[in-house]
Design a protein around this ligand. Sequence first.
Ligand SMILES: NC(=O)c1ccc[n+]([C@@H]2O[C@H](COP(=O)([O-])OP(=O)(O)OC[C@H]3O[C@@H](n4cnc5c(N)ncnc54)[C@H](OP(=O)(O)O)[C@@H]3O)[C@@H](O)[C@H]2O)c1
Length: 335
Amino acid sequence: MSKVKVAINGYGTIGKRVADAVSLQDDMEIVGVSKTRPNYEASIAHDKGYNVYTLANRVDAMKQAGIPAAGTVDDMIAKADVVVDCTPGGIGKKNKGLYEKAGVKGIWQGGEDHELAGCSFNAISNYEEALGRDFVRVVSCNTTGLCRVIYPLDQEFGVKKVRVTLMRRAADPNDIKKGPINAIVPNPIKLPSHHGPDVKTVMPHINIASTAVKLPTTLMHLHTLNIELEKDCSSEDVKDLFAKQSRIRFVGQGISSTAEVMELGKDLGRPRGDMWENCIWDESITMYEGELYFFQGIHQESDVIPENVDAIRAMMELESDGAKSVVKTNKTMGL
Ligand SMILES: NC(=O)c1ccc[n+]([C@@H]2O[C@H](COP(=O)([O-])OP(=O)(O)OC[C@H]3O[C@@H](n4cnc5c(N)ncnc54)[C@H](OP(=O)(O)O)[C@@H]3O)[C@@H](O)[C@H]2O)c1
């Protein structure tokens, strides 16, 4: 069977990682990636063997920078079965018409609204909902991290209520424009934050509310979760359940911060030091007066990457069983 042709529109933090993960799959291939600026990232993409496309008015600038542009974004889309749109939040929606006109499927990221695609995706929670669909949105890094713990808890014990505080990284490590650099920012001040409703785009029946603050760090987000469950269970029962989840990793052994989690990613030899799994301190998993508490670290740059691969597989109906797709993606990526 021929491989599904995948284009990456926007080769930044998320796009470059999705491109590399797709390249590892035996049922899909990259036909091109797009960049607007002819910078080092475009040059490395070309050196890696990706066909680099750009906006119509940037083709000459690419060539002048010594990066042979294979054509325009429209040319790239025409070669694809599915486009993974990894442009900055808010830009992706402008591309919908392009995808519809070209008759290709489209995947957006968490920076776009649910309504754009009509299907918000997390592989373990609602893979089947994306089967054969033309448009899907892979939810944000934070929502992905929340779905990966809430879904199995709901299946096993029933979730009565989730309350979560998200301590968010201020910017990605390569971002020199955002802050704060010396403050803690309640964000948003008006509560609750949008993160709870975003989980409901995947699992509408979950009772969840969230608050969020931005911190002067670039490494990871940290979530403090407090969950009421329907059935009685112990912290050991929760640990046993989480231990069975392939996209959850327990951290301990002297790891007491997000900095050490990211060092672990590097020591494991992960590409770019990525930590694709939710990193849960198993020692923090506590039942207190009938409520569950724990901490998890979320590597914002990478936890959505395996989810994008699974979304392609569902939309292209390469695999109808979500659990099998997850196993295949994990195996190829090395989770
Ligand atoms: N970073 C995260 O923590 C994270 C986590 C989960 C989800 N997301 C979501 O993923 C999406 C992408 O975020 P990101 O962090 O990867 O952004 P990013 O690092 O800023 O990368 C965006 C890419 O899009 C390109 N681009 C900009 N304008 C474009 C246009 N008009 N047409 C085509 N390409 C364009 C940029 O090219 P140039 O650099 O050449 O301008 C860049 O390659 C957003 O929806 C975001 O919310 C981000």
